[in-house]
Design a protein around this ligand. Structure first.
Ligand code: AMP
Length: 308
């Protein structure tokens, strides 16, 4: 699998290359992996999952686009890492057929779009609360990429769990003809979820950042005792690392990002280490109501950040 992928920079090039993918007899599924580039082990997992889903006749298409619409005015749009040559080399190794790497002008030919996707209430909490406008920007670009590449399947990482939930909701609410496939979070050996932004971390920042997955694991270990115990355990670990600035810790329903009931839920958190913002999550299975001892004791709400 070392054939070079075709690289499309304009929408016209993409349209021609996309049409060529349908020429097989019969053509296999097109599987899209949307990314912002600076590809790492997490993306590699997505590419491998996509290759398997595409099957021998199908094709994997990767988009690489740092979407200005999802960055706030004080965020890192200008310094976000851009490593296109290495990204294309990784795509070649992973059997990707087509890379779409447009400019902002190519993606937004009318300038900043006036018509955008409204992510609804689940887009306003947690990440949406700390990054106003973020999910509107994400869903708008994802919808555009789906229209441009017309995949049968699109692959998303569970690392960005709220994004995954909102993309699925958009597919349902807007009747999009695409199957969304989730891929588990890739972690480095020390437990930190891989991220393009990890390269901003100094060694000292990284040591601080490790409290995030440690806190999630500590919370996860107490799941059988209920949500209160999960949150208390996670917060204890975070408190022991004061250099980590915590934005939120919460237990949420994985589909709605509202309050979690008994059964599968997500422990989600976001924090900043040395100016770099990190998000992470781990699954928990909560006991039936009243079964968790700590829950009965605290009876409190789900997390630090309110979800309405
Ligand atoms: P990004 O380039 O950061 O926008 O991410 C592109 C895709 O890769 C998204 O679906 C992310 O959820 C996914 N992704 C990023 N980091 C990881 C990771 N550590 N494990 C699994 N998927 C990831």
């Amino acid at each position: 699998m070392s054939d070079q992928p075709r690289i499309a920079v304009t929408r016209a090039e993409l349209a021609a290359a996309r049409a060529a993918l349908d020429l097989g007899a019969p053509p296999g599924p097109v599987v899209l992996v949307p990314t912002m580039g600076a590809l790492h082990a997490g993306h590699e997992r997505l590419l491998r999952a996509a290759r398997t889903l595409a099957g021998p006749r199908g094709s994997v298409v990767v988009s690489i686009f740092v979407n200005p619409l999802q960055f706030g005015p004080a965020e890192d749009l200008d310094r976000y890492p851009r490593t296109l040559d290495q990204d294309v080399a990784l795509c070649a190794r992973e059997g990707v057929r087509l890379v779409f790497a447009p400019s902002a002008a190519e993606m937004y030919p009318g300038g900043k779009p006036e018509v955008t996707v409204d992510p609804g209430p689940a887009g306003q909490v947690l990440e949406g609360e700390f990054r106003p406008g973020f999910f509107g920007g994400v869903l708008t670009v994802v919808l555009k990429l789906l229209h441009l590449t017309r995949p049968a399947i699109a692959v998303f990482g569970q690392k960005d769990a709220q994004q995954l939930a909102l993309v699925r909701r958009m597919v349902t609410d807007l009747n999009l003809d695409v199957v969304i496939e989730p891929v588990p979070t890739a972690r480095d050996a020390d437990g930190l979820a891989t991220s393009s932004r990890n390269r901003y971390l100094s060694a000292a920042d990284r040591a601080v950042a490790l409290a995030l997955p440690r806190a999630l694991r500590a919370g996860q270990a107490r799941a059988a005792e209920g949500e209160g115990a999960v949150l208390a355990a996670a917060r204890d670990v975070l408190r022991a690392e004061p250099a980590l600035a915590v934005d939120y810790v919460a237990v949420v329903d994985p589909g709605t990002f509202g309050p979690a009931g008994p059964g599968p839920a997500l422990l989600v958190a976001a924090a900043r280490a040395g100016g770099t913002r990190l998000i992470d999550n781990m699954p928990v299975v909560l006991p039936a109501q009243g079964a968790g001892a700590q829950d009965a004791a605290t009876g409190g709400p789900a997390g630090d950040a309110a979800h309405h």
